[in-house]
Write a protein that binds this ligand. Structure first.
Ligand code: HEM
Length: 541
């Protein structure tokens, strides 16, 4: 009896416990439903503005299915439906997309501070030690390293001090092309007789020639010498190529965090790890070489500012301990790699597209060349940087090319620091932000016939002049590219010399294919291969 009572009691307590649990469970389910619906249907009170317009999304992937290999073009199409400020979901990441200069001004001028952070991207974080400038979130660390970049590495005087490097490397490029015209065959250029028969023409692979130029310039400026040919096995240039490839690869984990495991199986994590180790090892040696050399020369923590390469400058900053944030070897490596990531591919792409557009527009090419050949005396070995301001037509062609082909068409993604209202829409804190520089260049409200290559649109008097830094290709506000002067130095001197010394045509007179390749930087899809014929002004050198 007692036993049955005991059983009854325990059964009863079991039931009551189950009952209690059920109540708890019910409460939990009700709470989730309430949260879900209030979140889903949270009515925007008249005082709280709506979110930006948004295309319908799918579960898990959001709007990712609407983006292909050239996302700037897909986002442009979506902007034509949803307007210059719209919201999409990249996987589980809400992202606002800006597609007009009017809205971009509000983002990068009016509310610059709120839009000046960066999202955390897995591979950038890994490869750049989480300590570089370009991918750092807004905060004290970014402010300090950005000051180092603008005041110590890329200041006007520093960029000027690298003029001999830019000119020497350009002269080498021109020499190699000219030598191959004389019969000597370099790996990236092959020779044949020109149609005129008066001199030998050379086929030039611009990808190889320009990648060497931009890599070698950044290498000498940042590391003090050209390492491209020094490293055994795979060259340093190849390593940088892989580094840029991993950095620009679509990483599903950045958009759907619980799918990050996929990278263990598709080999991306292993590749990132290998590239990171190889680069780390290489840079460690470069830095140690600098320390040893300085000690041998008896220069401790200083020296002639003009002789200092970037590693020297950063070692001096490490030694002075004046930055106010921890700064050691990893920080030096991160900032050096930033310069390669931000400065090589972009500069190459800008030269490559300008050249391609000029080939497609022979009349404009002719104007550019005539202006230079009238100003520069015949048989000048190198068109130097001092003469560049006289080449108005070249300058306008470069600007127009940067408008139509911004090398980083979606800039570097931003993240909002707090809630903000733009164009009457509520953009919450921590929203990812994409500024579609390509779409902004194609905005018919700003540019007449935006698809037409028309450099003359930049032909203004001094008062209305559109400066290179005004172009969306370099971003804007606090995060604007600090390497504009550096980049333009290389772009202008390289193009001026290529156009002064040679006449260019497509081999076989075919129409030039202008498709873009995929990736963070919008290269041409196909290598630009052109036939160079030395011009009479350059024949007797
Ligand atoms: C034609 C060449 C170049 C183009 C088109 C370009 C474009 C850009 C763009 C779009 C950004 C992001 C701006 C933003 O978020 O608003 C950027 C950032 C940056 N660029 Fe450049 N860039 C070029 C060359 C260079 C060079 C040569 C260097 C240095 C050697 C450089 C260093 C940087 C750095 C360090 C940042 C990060 C700035 C920050 O986040 O605070 N860039 N660049």
């Amino acid at each position: 009896m007692f036993q049955s009572l005991e059983i009854f009691r325990s059964t009863n307590s079991l039931f009551s416990s189950i009952h209690e649990h059920n109540q708890l469970l019910l409460l939990l389910i009700l709470t989730i439903i309430v949260i879900f619906f209030t979140k889903k249907t949270r009515p925007h009170s008249p005082s709280s503005p709506p979110l930006p317009p948004s295309p319908p999304k799918l579960p898990i992937i959001g709007n990712l299915h609407q983006l292909g290999l050239l996302p700037h073009r897909d986002l442009y199409r979506l902007a034509r439906i949803h307007g210059p400020l719209f919201l999409i979901h990249l996987g589980q990441t809400p992202t606002v997309v800006v597609s007009s200069s009017h809205v971009a001004r509000q983002v990068m001028k009016t509310h610059d501070l709120i839009f000046s952070s960066r999202p955390n991207l897995q591979f950038a974080n890994k490869l750049l030690y989480g300590k570089d400038v370009a991918f750092s979130p807004y905060g004290e660390y970014w402010r300090q390293v950005r000051r180092v970049a603008t005041l110590q590495l890329l200041s006007n005087s520093k960029v000027q001090s690298f003029k001999p490097i830019r000119e020497q490397e350009t002269a080498l490029m021109i020499d190699r092309i000219r030598e191959s015209c004389g019969g000597y065959c370099h790996e990236s250029v092959t020779t044949s007789m020109s149609s005129s028969g008066c001199s030998t023409s050379t086929t030039v692979d611009f990808y190889e020639v320009l990648m060497s130029l931009t890599n070698d310039v950044v290498c000498r400026v940042a590391l003090g010498e050209k390492y491209s040919l020094k490293r055994e096995g795979r060259g340093f240039r190849e390593l940088i190529r892989e580094f840029l490839h991993v950095l620009g690869t679509f990483n599903v984990g950045d958009f759907v965090p619980w799918l990050a495991w996929v990278n263990h199986f598709n080999g991306l994590n292993a590749k990132a790890e290998r590239v990171f180790r190889d680069l780390d090892c290489f840079l460690e040696k470069v830095i140690q070489d600098h320390v040893d050399r300085r000690q041998k020369e008896g220069v401790i923590g200083g020296g002639d500012d003009c002789d200092e390469d970037f590693v020297d400058v950063l070692l001096r900053i490490e030694k002075e301990e004046s930055l106010g944030v921890p700064f050691s070897r990893d920080n030096i490596k991160a900032i050096i790699l930033d310069m390669f990531a931000a400065g090589t591919d972009t500069t190459f792409t800008a030269i490559d597209w300008t050249m391609a557009e000029l080939i497609r527009h022979p009349q404009i090419m002719n104007q550019v060349q005539q202006q230079m050949r009238q100003v520069i005396p015949p048989n000048t070995k190198l068109v130097t940087e001092d003469t560049l301001p006289k080449f108005h037509h070249l300058n306008m062609a470069i600007k127009e090319s940067l408008r139509i082909h911004p090398p980083i068409p979606l800039l570097v993604p931003r993240k909002t620091l707090k809630d903000v209202v733009i164009e009457g829409c509520h953009v919450p804190a921590n929203t990812r932000v994409i500024i579609n520089a390509w779409a902004i260049g194609m905005d018919p409200h700003t540019w007449k016939d935006p698809h037409v290559f028309e450099p003359k649109r930049f032909d203004h008097d001094d008062e209305n002049l559109i400066k290179i830094s005004d172009l969306m290709a370099f971003g804007g506000g606090r995060r604007v590219c600090p390497g504009i002067e550096f980049a333009m130095g290389v772009v202008e001197v390289a193009l001026a010399n290529l156009l002064y010394h040679f006449d260019w045509e497509v081999p076989g007179g075919e129409e030039l294919e202008m498709s873009e390749g995929s990736g963070l930087t919008a290269h041409r899809r196909d290598h630009l291969i052109l036939l160079a014929t030395p011009h009479a002004c350059s024949l007797d050198i």
